[in-house]
Design a protein around this ligand. Structure first.
Ligand code: KG4
Ligand code: ZN
Length: 338
């Protein structure tokens, strides 16, 4: 079965054709990041406009590169939540038009479900149930994946998402948006124990995170040093910051895994590309004898293939929508798909 996947929830316009939820036939991503960098973050108005300009060309290329036409496709999957509403609406409207004009099923896909599904593309043997740490620019969740379409949120951030925290800390150190990758790279050259940064305890849940204090801590270090006329070793600060975030993410995930008896761990989302987090997860899982799945770097960021992969399983579960489908800015991963 061939699914066309369309993604426009943030700053990438993306489309892909995937066979049976597992085999990528094409994966086209048009990124707007260079333009948003000028403003230090994603400007929703600009994102919506650029998606509208790019989407038909991106979808056409995805079909061409897969060597198929719309007539060959069995369903049209689209990210409908969560994300920037003006950005989501472009993908949803376009997918609706395609579905109506071709009389194919329209499949609404939750963005975090699709991040999780990026692993199905890389690992043909991976099947639920498993425990997944989903860490992106907008979300940080520990999710119990009971089946392809049934999820339970075990832990979540109480404030900033992990990616947001990386980007804010990177910005404080003068790195251009989105600074997560640059911070990760510079961290390789630093001493992860040079600075002690705060790790706030979260009341009420063993598995929830809080990241908002970390950015302030980084800013305070920089300001204090500037006032004393001292140089801060940025590589050391990056390495210490990355160690702190990694420890919080890994420890809570391992705690949840132990409590739930989950021995298969999966990582997903843009921050899954983080070298420190990948190594931290590998070490923690090896120590406990857990099986670990890390998405390939090429599938960590937003893309259409993960939407098509999840769309396949949503279609099998009968989760399709009509012409009244709307985009939703904020929606839990557990919500009924529609
Ligand atoms: O999943 P994603 O592409 O978009 C959202 O759904 O939000 O995630 C983007 C986020 C950005 O905050 C970006 O800085 C972060 O993922 N990111 C990283 C790395 N690569 C991307 N953060 C830390 N280290 C990385 N290597
Ligand atoms: Zn994403």
């Amino acid at each position: 079965m061939l699914i066309l996947g369309i993604e426009s929830s943030c700053d990438e316009t993306a489309a892909s054709v995937v066979e049976d939820g597992r085999r990528v036939l094409s994966n086209v991503v048009a990124s707007q990041v260079e333009e948003h960098r000028l403003y230090g973050g994603v400007v929703p108005e600009i994102a919506g406009r650029r998606h509208a300009e790019a989407i038909s060309g991106v979808v056409r290329r995805a079909l061409e590169e897969a060597g198929v036409t719309l007539a060959d496709v069995d369903g049209i999957a689209v990210t409908y939540a969560p994300g920037l509403i003006g950005a989501l609406l472009v993908g949803v409207s376009f997918a609706k038009g395609l579905a109506l004009s071709t009389d194919k099923p329209l499949i609404p896909v939750h963005h975090l479900r699709s991040h999780i599904a990026s692993n199905y593309l890389a690992y043909p043997d991976l099947k639920p149930p498993f425990l997944c740490l989903v860490v992106s620019g907008g979300h940080s969740h520990i999710v119990k994946v009971d089946s392809y379409t049934h999820f339970e949120v075990v832990g979540r951030t109480r404030d900033d998402a992990a990616g947001e925290c990386y980007d804010k800390a990177a910005r404080a150190m003068g790195m251009p948006y989105p600074g997560g990758v640059a911070l990760d790279r510079l961290a390789e050259e630093g001493d992860p124990h040079a600075f002690t940064l705060p790790r706030p305890r979260v009341e009420g849940s063993r598995y929830d995170f809080s990241f908002s204090g970390l950015k302030t801590a980084v800013l305070n270090r920089l300001h204090n040093a500037a006032q004393k006329g001292e140089e801060v070793n940025k590589a050391d600060l990056c390495a210490s910051f990355r160690r702190t975030v990694t420890e919080m993410l890994v420890e809570n995930t391992m705690l949840a895994a132990e409590d739930l008896g989950a021995h298969t761990i999966v990582l997903a989302g843009g921050v899954a590309a983080n070298a420190g987090l990948r190594r931290g997860m590998q070490a923690a899982c090896a120590e406990r004898g857990y099986e670990l799945y890390l998405p390939p770097l090429s599938l960590c960021g937003d893309n259409g293939a993960m939407v098509a992969a999840q769309g396949y399983y949503e279609l099998l579960a009968g989760n399709t929508a009509g012409a009244d489908l709307n985009a939703v800015a904020s929606l839990p991963i557990t919500a009924d798909n529609r």
